[in-house]
Structure formats: structure tokens, C-alpha cells
Design a protein around this ligand. Structure first.
Ligand code: 16G
Ligand code: ZN
Length: 531
């Protein structure tokens, strides 16, 4: 058959050169870039099959390893509504990625049968990549895979991960926007400008914003956006990838959050707020240095509480009491943030397992769901009921209610609901700060974080550790949780948990306590118990 030719072609063009087993994890496949070419080719095949199962709707393939260093790369699939690949397909992706070249043909046929794909349908696949030098070659492998099964690939070149999610969503639902990079700017930056006209700068808010671009795609795109801004924000951009700056090396959102240090490559002025993006532009944290050069971090929890409290205010002003807003966090959320949300903001909180798909899913159960990982990945999702109710108030409400509803509609437009998006989140944060006339210290003053520490431990088999209760309890190996409980009980405001990483061959340890010294000590003790 003609497919025979296809598989022979694959063997020559994108041969499987490694016997190392690779798994579709929380963030797709991620490993050293030179081990990925056959994997990406096969994901091209799988995306076509997936598109046909979804009646020809568009599927996305993103080539990126996010905050990992330059030698790594990765690939993940995006489902038609711009969401992560359905979980039940992760196993199929893993199977297809690991078969030998000889078995690729039969395995592909098996998959087609298993998922009942009608291979006579059209198939459409959008392909995007980050700035890594290995990305173009991998994107080409994805294109070959798509063409091999007679799908239609469309390449977006270098885009942020959330931009590709957005484009996939728009292509399948044209009410959401135009499926291009320009369409993305029009919608998100357009909504921001609109809001600024309604919310003039006042109080302690200052339009100067510094940005750490992680030497990746996010900074580059902010540079494009900067040219279209008209004084709404004065951006000072750093770590844009020039001057020998290396992707994610000692900079970017993950570095800042995990090391609790300011990035290199950024000029620091006391109390100047800095937004730090990650390598593919889907995570955002803020920070500022004080007079003693001490870094003050405003992480995902902080962004979540800021956005949730503002949306709650607007909802009240709209007088739409039927709409229930809730917040979704993971075990990594700082205990002080959870307390602030429940006790001060009186907003319900759900805690779920690490990984965006879990947070996103849980957020959908609220009329308006705000979800954030402490690492800065998150967004807001609004149900159709919420959107309709707010639109109605915007048209028919009393003048004050109408005003609030119109602000909320702009806020919704500015949100990338498909996935966490550093650029969209940045505009959301800037809007709330401006609306309140707040500077970064006032934002920080909402609550005081408990000191915390993250460590990673290399063990023989990380899968020997299993967890329950949204990863807050360790169910195996036997006895480990009791040990952790004992250690934690010795510390004031102590909390700690361990979990196997979904992206690296390590076990992660998290701890919190009343002082940094104690948080560090507790983490070290728990790490010792794991080892
Ligand atoms: C991936 C996840 C991120 C999670 C991280 C945890 C997505 C798109 N990304 O980067 O949400 O925080 O993994 O990594 O789901 P870990 O399992 O190595 O701690
Ligand atoms: Zn990322």
C-alpha cells in the first residue's frame, strides 16, 4: 500500500535511534532534543488520527521544553478546544513513540482501529515551536508525519505555547477570535487598551514595567507588543535572547520561583516591579527588590488571589449573585495564600494534583474558575452561563452595574482561557493594579507568605513513591508518611510533602515553616527520609 512507502520513508528520514523508553508525561514528551526526532514525526501521525477522530477539527503540535535548558526539547499535542491532549490518549502517544521502526506500521494501524478513526476524512494540524535551535528540525519532522497520513499541516513558526493553544481554539470556534498571531494581539492587547481607557492611571500605580524574557519566545513577543502600546505601559525588556543570553539559564519564571533569586541580565531598581516569563511564555511571576536588595516574590498564588478578588468585586458590582467563583490550587500553594483566600476573601478553594490539565478541569466546575500553580502557570475560565449573564447586565443593567459588567467583558476578552498564558496574565495583573491604584508593595501587603523550600532528591526508583489527597499524603513506601508527619510536627506552621516528578527522574520535596531556616531544615530532613 502507499502507507508502506510512508513507513519506509519514515525509517530513512526520522529513524528511531534510541532504545530509551520515553513517556508522554504532564507536559508531553520532554528529553534531550537529539532523542526526539522520531517521536515528533510519530506525533505528526497521531495528530492526524486525532483530528479525524474529532471530525476533522484542528489539533495542535507544540515543540517546546518550556523552562528547561537549551539542550532539551519536547512535544505536546493540543486538543480542539485548545486544551491539553485527552488523558486516555497519553498511553497511545507513548506506545506510538516507543515502537521500533519495523513495528511502526502495524502499531499505527492498530491505533487507527482502536480509536475508530475514519481515515478518509480531512485532517488539520497546527504546528508551533519555541526559540530553541533544535526546534525547526523537529517542527519539520512533525510536518512530515502529518503529510504522511495525508493531513494538512499549518506552520506558525516561533510562537508562545499559549498562542498556539489560542489559534487551535479559534480555528475550531471562530467566535473565540482569529486564529493567527495578529488575531491574538488584537484580542488580548486590544482588550487591554480598551480597559485602560475606562480605568485611567491613578494612585500609586506606575506604568513602568520591567520584563525578564528568559531569553525565550515570550520576551520577543512582548517586544512586538511594546511597539503597539501607546503609553498604557512603558516596558523595559531584558533577556530577549541577544548578547549571548542563554535560554532559561539563571533567568525566567522557573529560575526565579525555585531558586528564590532575581534573574541575571535584568537591571534592578529598588521597588520596581519586574515580570518574569518562562521560556515558552506560559508562566509568569512578578518580583521586586527592596532597599536591602532582598527579593520579594509575587508568585502564581499571589496572581491568583489578585485576579480572583478583583473579579469577585466586579461580580458584586454587577449584582450577579448566582455566579459562583472558585479558585483551584495545588499542594505547592503557599499555606498563607490558601488561608487568605478562604478566610479573608471567602472564596472556595479546590486543591488538585500538579499539572495544568488537573487544574483546568477542576476550574471548569465553577461558573468562573481561577486556577494557578504557585510556579506561575494559570488562567481564568468563564462558563457560557457566566458570559451570558454578564453580557446581559452590560446591556440591560443599572448604569453602575453596566459599567462593572463592561469592565468584566473586557477582562474576559483579555484572558486566554485555553491555558495559562504569561502575556495575557501580565495584562490581567496590570489591569487590576491600575484599577486599584496600587504599587507592587501594596499588592504584596495582602498577606505574608510562609517561608518555603523546594528540593529534589535522586532516588533509585521515583515511582516507588505514590501519593493521595492531591499529592499531600504519601501512600507508599510504607511508613514514609508517618516519618514526614513526625518531622513536620516539630515545626511551627510546618507543612511538607513529597511527590515523584512528572518531568524529571527525581522526587520533589516541598516544605513550609515559620522561618526560612526552619523551612530549609524541614526540607532537608524530609529529603533525608525519602533517600
Ligand atoms: C509541567 C506542567 C506544570 C507542572 C510541572 C511539574 C503542564 C503544561 N505543565 O511543566 O503544570 O507544574 O510539569 O513538574 O501541565 P514536575 O512534575 O517535574 O514537578
Ligand atoms: Zn512553560
Amino acid at each position: 500500500s502507499s502507507l508502506r512507502v510512508v513507513y519506509a520513508f519514515a525509517r530513512e528520514m526520522h529513524p528511531k535511534t534510541s532504545e530509551v523508553f520515553i513517556q508522554y508525561g504532564t507536559a508531553g514528551f520532554r528529553t534531550k532534543a537529539n532523542l526526539l526526532e522520531h517521536v515528533v514525526y510519530r506525533m505528526g501521525l497521531l495528530a492526524v488520527i486525532r483530528s479525524r477522530v474529532k471530525n476533522g477539527r484542528t489539533i495542535g503540535i507544540m515543540i517546546t521544553a518550556s523552562h528547561n535548558l537549551e539542550p532539551d526539547n519536547g512535544v505536546k499535542l493540543i486538543d480542539p478546544d485548545g486544551e491539553m491532549l485527552e488523558q486516555s490518549w497519553e498511553e497511545i502517544a507513548t506506545r506510538l513513540a516507543n515502537v521500533s521502526d519495523n513495528d511502526l506500521e502495524s502499531t499505527t494501524e492498530q491505533v487507527i482501529k482502536q480509536v475508530n478513526a475514519d481515515m478518509s476524512l480531512k485532517a488539520s494540524v497546527f504546528i508551533g515551536m519555541d526559540t530553541r535551535y533544535t526546534s525547526p528540525r523537529l517542527a519539520a519532522a512533525a510536518v512530515h508525519g502529518v503529510i504522511a497520513l495525508k493531513g494538512t499541516p499549518k506552520e506558525f513558526g516561533i510562537v508562545t505555547t499559549p498562542m498556539l493553544h489560542y489559534c487551535v481554539k479559534c480555528r475550531n470556534d471562530n467566535t473565540y477570535g482569529t486564529p493567527t498571531e495578529e488575531g491574538y494581539y488584537e484580542k488580548i492587547v486590544g482588550a487591554f487598551k480598551n480597559l485602560r481607557q475606562k480605568l485611567p492611571v491613578f494612585g500609586e500605580y506606575n506604568t513602568t514595567l520591567y520584563i525578564d524574557g528568559a531569553n525565550g519566545v515570550g520576551g520577543k513577543k512582548m517586544n512586538i507588543i511594546k511597539k503597539s502600546l501607546d503609553g498604557e505601559l512603558d516596558l523595559n525588556l531584558y533577556n530577549l535572547g541577544g548578547n549571548g543570553g542563554k535560554l532559561n539559564l539563571n533567568c525566567g519564571a522557573d529560575f526565579v520561583k525555585v531558586s528564590q533569586k532575581p534573574p541575571v541580565g535584568v537591571e534592578h531598581v529598588p521597588f520596581q516591579r519586574v515580570a518574569s516569563l518562562d521560556g515558552d511564555g506560559d508562566r509568569l511571576v512578578y518580583y521586586y527588590l527592596d532597599n536591602d536588595n532582598k527579593m520579594n516574590l509575587l508568585d502564581g498564588d499571589r496572581i491568583a488571589t489578585l485576579l480572583a478578588s478583583y473579579v469577585t468585586e466586579l461580580l458584586k458590582a454587577c449584582d450577579a449573585p448566582a455566579l459562583k467563583l472558585g479558585l483551584v490550587q495545588t499542594a505547592y500553594a503557599n499555606g498563607a495564600s490558601t488561608r487568605y483566600i478562604t478566610e479573608d476573601l471567602k472564596i472556595p478553594v479546590t486543591c488538585v494534583k500538579t499539572g495544568v490539565k488537573h487544574l483546568h478541569h477542576a476550574a471548569l466546575s465553577y461558573d468562573i474558575g481561577v486556577y494557578f500553580e504557585a510556579n506561575g502557570h494559570g488562567t481564568v475560565v468563564y462558563s457560557n452561563m457566566a458570559k451570558n449573564t454578564i453580557s446581559k447586565v452590560a446591556e440591560e443593567g443599572e448604569p453602575e452595574q453596566r459599567k462593572a459588567a463592561q469592565l468584566l467583558l473586557n477582562f474576559i476578552d483579555m484572558t486566554n482561557e485555553t491555558v495559562g498564558d504569561a502575556i495575557s496574565d501580565l495584562f490581567l495583573v496590570e489591569t487590576v493594579l491600575c484599577a486599584r491604584g496600587h504599587n507592587v508593595q501594596q499588592w504584596m501587603s495582602a498577606y505574608t507568605d510562609l517561608p518555603c523550600r523546594q528540593l529534589k532528591v535522586t532516588v533509585q526508583d521515583r515511582n516507588a513513591i505514590s501519593t493521595a489527597d492531591a499529592e499531600r499524603q504519601c501512600t507508599s513506601p510504607e511508613g514514609l508518611q508517618t516519618k514526614i508527619d513526625d518531622l513536620v510536627s516539630k515545626y511551627k506552621s510546618g507543612r511538607s510533602f513529597v511527590r515523584p516528578s512528572g518531568t524529571e527522574d527525581v522526587v520533589r520535596v516541598y516544605s513550609e515553616a515559620d522561618t526560612q531556616e526552619n523551612a530549609d531544615k524541614l526540607a532537608a530532613e524530609v529529603a533525608q527520609a525519602v533517600f
